[in-house]
Every structure is written in C-alpha cells, then in structure tokens.
Design a protein. Structure first.
Length: 118
C-alpha cells in the first residue's frame, strides 16, 4: 500500500479513508486478510496505536472483523461495501458540484464539461 498522510488532519481518519478506498477499489477484496497492525503501521510510518485505533473504528463500522487467532479480515458483506462506495462517490460529487458553483458554472455548463471530458 502506498501511504501519503499529511499533518493537516487526524492521521487515523486518513488511514480509515485510505483503507476504505482500498476496500471499494478491490485492492483489499471482500473476505481478504488484512496485514497485522504492526505491518500496516510500519508501512504507513505511523504509531501502532494510531493504526489500531483506525482498524478498530473500521470494525465498529462493519468494514472488518477479527477472528480470535487468525487476525482481521475485510467484510465479505457486499452490501456494506456497496454502501461505502456510494457514500464515497456521493461525497466526491457533492464536493465537485460545490467547486463548480463557486466558479459560477450552471448545471448545463457542468454537464457539458463532464460529457466532453469523460
């Protein structure tokens, strides 16, 4: 995994966003084993406690689950992953629309630009 974390926002939130992206993109497929906290923390160059906090939050959200002696796994519930993907996409669209409005573009102009560039 390639991590690019910045100090402008809480690191554990950025870890969650990064891993959510990996889940919806398929880089972490449903049911796949997640590397250990120590491995992920070393890879991301963060404190293991920070990584543990992020993974615990992902478990709380139903995106992962722990098996006592086997480690953590990505949920295999496709509806949870689908909902996550829709939520991420909706947030991106809302942000994009807000940016276009600040530029003074109307709906038709934005749609034309999307068609031309998609």
């Amino acid at each position: 995994m390639s991590w690019s974390l910045d100090s402008d926002r809480p690191i554990f939130i950025q870890i969650i966003e990064h891993m959510e992206s990996d889940i919806v993109s398929g880089a972490l497929p449903p049911g796949s084993k997640v590397p250990s906290v120590r491995e992920l923390a070393a890879d991301a160059a963060v404190n293991p406690n920070t990584m543990q906090r992020a993974l615990s939050e992902m478990e709380r959200r139903g995106l992962m689950h722990s098996e006592r002696t086997s480690g953590r796994f990505v949920t295999d519930d496709e509806s949870v992953i689908s909902t996550l993907k829709k939520n991420i996409a909706s947030a991106g669209v809302e942000s994009f629309i807000s940016s276009m409005r600040r530029l003074g573009l109307d709906r038709d102009e934005v749609l034309t630009m999307i068609r031309e560039n998609y």
